[in-house]
Design a protein around this ligand. Structure first.
Ligand code: 5AD
Ligand code: SF4
Length: 458
């Protein structure tokens, strides 16, 4: 979240669920509300406005929103008794998908707004303060959203997110994104480059380009031509003071040769790529409408490794898609064994209303999904541990981002996105420094600074 330049008169609490695109959107909502005097606070109890920025991707994620809303009702009533108003807003994909349903289930909600209407938030807040009854806005004017939002304020920190693309036209059988985020939209080159320059001027040393289908991005350039993602990456690599670039999330179908080549040619492009495959069975990939086969995925990952030998891969998997048989699951296990992942997210298939797979017969029994998920996660965990182990005693650059939990410690990220802590001065924050990895823990590493001169400045 960003820090306003004028002292906040009103307290804003935003809780973000789900993906990095929501993290980016939460920052932009804070930016939009800052001129109205809203400043961030750490807890919802004392807030004048609470925004839940929601995720609808799996049932569990959207149910969490309603349990949070139950707790907010109690807080809102307590604040009302003390003579204060608390505005409760539901934003993001649950808001988009469920709209009025939310107000029917939770009438104490004042504002419901979809992911494309954040620029209208100030107007809705003003109306909510005056009017009785909830304000609901779940339109899809995606171009307007980016045009009308203020430029992000500096101060996202050394790692900044930059949304370049939203929405999805691929319609995987299981996925709500095409319905909640709408059709694919790519921001133009000039807007992206201006935002990137602003982020770097504000101290960003790593920019993660975001999009639901980020490698399908194709933006209009100032000369009227159309750029694809690889072209944009080469342009970003020209920016001074930007040592790190990433992009997420990609679809295997859109990993073209130029983009693969860019991984070998752009040193700033970090050697880590999230490339969801979902299943290792051609039959299931077809049922999922993924538009690629297992062999295509293997070809792409082999080519990436050839272009950039130190690249580490991460992926998403779904077990128990309707119709998935034991042999399909075995094929997923085999693919994981063949490719090898440094990190992965795996989920039990969750029926999402309105998606094609939700209505299919041959839903897989919960107990079967549980067993398959356990087996897959055990293998993925082993691979993650092996990858982290392979980093021990290795030297790499770390971008330091914040103080560590213990005195004298600083935290950062390796090129492979692992969180890492080291003993060193706070002046390292916002810079990259060479370290030797000393030990691994389940989800992080410890390291020793190699440049002793840095330590001498402490
Ligand atoms: N059930 C389970 N997992 C899902 N994902 C998306 N939709 C579903 C669903 N209905 C997972 C996919 C996707 C990640 C963001 O969430 O693996 O890549
Ligand atoms: Fe969902 Fe598939 Fe689009 Fe990814 S590519 S957002 S999984 S529909």
């Amino acid at each position: 979240m960003t820090i306003p330049t004028t002292p906040p008169r009103k307290r804003l609490f935003i809780r973000t669920f789900g993906c990095q695109m929501n993290v980016y959107d939460s920052g932009r909502m804070a930016d939009v509300l800052a001129p109205l005097g809203y400043g961030p606070v750490e807890t919802p109890e004392e807030a004048d406005m609470v925004i839940l920025n929601t995720c609808h991707i799996r049932e569990k994620a959207s149910e969490k929103v309603f349990s949070d809303l139950g707790r907010l009702r109690v807080m809102k009533e307590a604040r009302a008794e003390a003579g204060h108003k608390m505005v409760v807003a539901v934003a993001g994909c649950v808001a988009q998908a469920e709209g009025r349903e939310i107000v029917a289930r939770a009438p104490w909600v004042d504002i419901v707004l979809g992911p494309q209407t954040y620029h209208r938030l100030p107007e809705m807040v003003a109306r909510a303060a005056r009017a009785a009854g909830a304000q609901i806005d779940t339109d899809f004017p995606v171009e307007q959203k980016f045009d009308l939002l203020p430029a992000p304020r500096a101060g996202q920190g050394p790692i900044a997110f930059l949304t370049i693309q939203e929405g999805c036209d691929k319609f995987c059988s299981f996925c709500v994104v095409p319905y909640t985020r709408g059709a694919e939209f790519s921001r133009p080159v000039a807007a992206i480059m201006a935002e990137a320059r602003g982020l770097v001027a504000g101290g960003a040393r790593e920019i993660a380009l975001l999009g639901q289908n980020v490698n399908a991005w194709h933006g209009e350039a100032p000369d009227g031509s159309t750029w694809n993602l690889s072209r944009l990456l080469y342009a970003l690599a020209e920016l001074p003071d930007l040592p790190r670039i990433r992009y997420t999330t990609s679809h295997p179908r859109d990993m073209d040769d130029a983009l693969i080549r860019a991984h070998g040619e752009i040193p700033q492009l970090m050697p880590f790529l999230h490339l969801p495959v979902q299943s290792g069975s051609d039959r299931v990939l077809q049922a999922m409408n993924r538009g690629h086969k297992v062999d295509d995925f293997i070809r792409v990952t082999d080519a990436l490794r050839e272009a950039r030998p130190d690249i580490a891969l991460s992926s998403d998997f779904i077990v128990g898609h309707p119709g998935e048989k034991a042999e399909d699951h075995a094929a997923t296990m085999a693919l994981v064994g063949r490719v090898g992942f440094a990190l992965a997210y795996s989920f039990k298939y969750s029926q999402r209303p309105g998606t094609p797979a939700a209505g299919q017969p041959l839903q897989v029994a919960e107990a079967v999904k549980d067993a398959r998920l356990q087996e897959l996660q055990a293998l993925l965990r082993r691979q993650q541990d092996d990858f982290n182990e392979s980093c021990v005693n290795r030297d790499c650059d770390v971008l330091f981002t914040n103080p560590g939990r213990h005195p004298g410690q600083v935290m950062g990220r390796t090129p492979w996105l692992q969180p890492v802590h080291a003993l060193g001065p706070l002046s390292l924050i916002g810079t990259t420094a060479r370290v030797r990895v000393a030990a691994r823990f389940p989800n992080s590493l410890s390291a020793i600074l190699l440049d002793q001169k840095e330590l001498a400045c402490a």
